[in-house]
Design a protein around this ligand. Structure first.
Ligand SMILES: *Cc1c(COP(=O)(O)O)cnc(C)c1O
Length: 383
């Protein structure tokens, strides 16, 4: 079946009324016939039909056993970490999302969880840190903002060898391009704020698990900790999912053209994009992401100074200067002064975040317009 047919028809028609749009159940509680006698719903933190619809849709989209919707991507990550206990260890990709780094290092470390940050672009590096205490291997592929690719299948095999679970933050790839559970991952999470929502108008987090045991654990944590997504935002994410494949395919097409333009531009030093044959793990990305290399690009300037980068990011017209990504409108940012400002300069440079690195989130505008916009910014910076 065509991917888009499958996505559209995984969204249910309301059984009660035939409503083609999933109804928004804006309620805190449900009237019961007698104590404990109800229609399967008793309190909205525990369960809400709009949320249940979204959770089922995302589980289907990722090919998992069950899905869970949280208030933000970080609330989703937090719920996964709460499956751990003191003494457990995590092996995590070294240029993990900054907010995940902050949560792991500044909150969970103090509860006795040990985190090893590893360059997972070589799967063999992961083996060095696996032991009987390793409970999670945490990957992003592609990563932010340097678009590094890790071999999910190989790493899952290694992790399972010591009984560890593999979690993939699939925010950048999206379920349209990459389905980590098929590749051997146990848990997939998304910041629904990005491509799934797709319009830069909400915050959301999603978790999909591959077994009933993990589903029971995450359900218990979701209800106990309470970071659930409200019904109206669930509905907006469902509406976003209806067009996610169309949007992402267009965004990937734009990104391929823009990456090629940048790679041959005289003012550009280096382009990070998994779709370029020069990318270290281009071959792995080709297979793992079904030929869709994503809508995110980063590049550094020949003039590797913060001044040049700041001049560039304030010179574009269609690429709006903002944090976040994945929306229909193109965005750009300067990671070292914005998303990665809290990372010490030496650490930043070591992971490839130069002073002039610029990150692009390609939207759905015309590729030629986006390329002209970048060209006029190069011209302006030159003066
Ligand atoms: C944005 C983002 C998150 C966090 O999501 P929020 O919805 O902002 O909490 C996690 N991982 C990645 C890769 C992200 O881009």
């Amino acid at each position: 079946m065509d991917k888009i047919t499958r996505i559209i028809h995984s969204i249910p028609v309301d059984e009660l009324t035939g409503s083609i749009s999933v109804p928004i159940y804006q309620t805190a509680t449900y009237v019961q016939e007698a104590p404990g006698v109800n229609k399967g719903y008793d309190y909205a933190r525990t369960n809400n039909p709009t949320r249940a619809a979204l959770e089922k849709i995302i589980a289907q989209l990722e090919g998992g056993f069950a899905g869970f919707a949280f208030a933000t991507g970080l609330a989703a990550i937090d719920a996964i970490l709460k499956t751990l206990k003191s003494g457990d260890e995590i092996v995590a990709v070294d240029d993990i999302y900054g907010g995940a780094y902050r949560l792991f290092t500044h909150i969970y470390q103090k509860f006795g969880i040990k985190i090893h940050y590893v360059d997972t672009t070589d799967a063999s590096n992961v083996s060095l840190y696996l032991n009987e205490n390793t409970k999670l291997v945490w990957l992003e592929s592609p990563t932010n903002p340097t678009l590094k690719i890790s071999d999910i299948k190989t790493i899952a095999h290694l992790a399972h060898g010591v009984g560890a679970l593999v979690v993939i933050d699939n925010t950048f790839a999206t379920p349209v391009a990459q389905n980590p559970i098929e590749l051997g991952a146990d848990i997939v999470m998304h910041s629904g704020t990005k491509y799934l929502g797709g319009h830069s108008d909400l915050l959301a987090g999603l978790v999909v698990v591959n077994s009933e045991k993990l589903a029971d654990e995450i359900k218990f944590i979701q209800n106990s900790s309470g970071g659930v997504l409200g019904p109206h935002d669930c509905w907006l994410v469902i509406r976003g999912i209806e067009t996610v494949a169309l949007r992402v395919e267009r965004q990937c097409e734009n990104a391929v053209k823009i990456a090629a333009f940048l790679a041959s531009h005289p003012d550009v030093d280096h382009v990070n994009y998994p779709g370029l044959p020069s990318h270290k793990n281009h071959e792995i990305a080709s297979v793992q992401q079904n030929g869709l290399f994503g809508g995110m690009i980063s590049f550094s300037l020949k003039n590797d100074t913060e001044e040049a980068a700041l001049a560039f990011v304030t010179a574009t017209k269609y690429f709006k200067l903002a944090e976040s990504l994945g929306g229909v409108k193109s965005l750009l940012c300067h990671p070292s002064q914005m998303t990665h400002k809290s990372v010490p300069r030496e650490t930043r440079l070591a992971s490839g975040i130069n002073d002039s690195l610029i990150r692009l989130s390609c939207g759905i505008e015309g590729a030629d317009d986006l390329i002209s916009d970048l060209q006029q910014a190069f011209d302006k910076v030159k003066g």
